[in-house]
Design a protein around this ligand. Sequence first.
Ligand code: SF4
Ligand code: SF4
Length: 302
Amino acid sequence: MQDLEGRIFRIQRFSIHDGPGIRTTVFLKGCPLRCIWCHNPESQSFSLEVGYRKERCLGYHECLKSCERSAIEASEGISVLREKCDGCGKCVEACPSGALEIYGMDVTASHVMEIVERDRVFYKNSGGGVTFSGGEPYFQPDFLLSLLEECRNRGISAAVDTSGFTDWKVIETSMEFADLFLYDLKDYSSERHRRFCGVGNEHILQNLKNLLDAGNNVVVRIPVVPGYNFSEDFDSYIEILAKLGCRRIDLLPFHSLAKDKYRWLGREWLMPEIGDEARSIALAFSEALEAMGFEVTVGGYF
Ligand code: SF4
Ligand code: SF4
């Protein structure tokens, strides 16, 4: 294969929530959406970014001395001046306490495949494989396609976890190599989709329809975020899911576990505490969907 280079921010082995069986999930960096509830804020920008955990900082300021761009200032702990930072990682090497880390790394497709291959025996025994997630994996189309093609050549099952906000032509090309699409539908309302995710949903719905019409294996994943993309408006969701021809739905109740990551990135977490309401609504919606003949899971793909 042509050994392309791409940018990822994590590879998670033994994953059980990103498709069937035991999987390796490869998280690609970069996303065209900006969902207000995003659980992976470090995935959104394609740039390499510094994360700073103040609670680990010893205050000796080795990082300041190491930064050639004067992108770190002493404060109570330190402040990273993100507009000056190029993600070189020298401060991370200099920090003795692990208070700094870089989100993102450039890797070749063959390096990714080498890690994927380590768990081949588990994929075989569990019906698992690889899931390419993000961020938005189609944000790096050539890199993603080369990985998918390589999985197909090696007989490893591959899934794509996507927001669907990409060129249809790229999705269409990937259909030849992907065994499963985990397709996010963040809201049936385009107005709310634009307000909370940064873009309208028309293009996403059209791509989803194209995928389903072409007979692909698709699970539609809906985040349940009460007060944002969900109230009790089950009927509007059901109507659109039925019209599109979706059969398998995965409901993902909102949680606040990503809150600290925003702080590490120097960003504000704009979500309120939602508590158990997300799960209760997801369970009620699940019952309503099952009554209409949909296959539903709550809380991840099992
Ligand atoms: S990653 Fe490089 S440029 Fe950014 S703060 Fe650290 S040393 Fe400075
Ligand atoms: S599409 Fe996914 S990765 Fe992108 S901003 Fe939304 S939740 Fe985050």
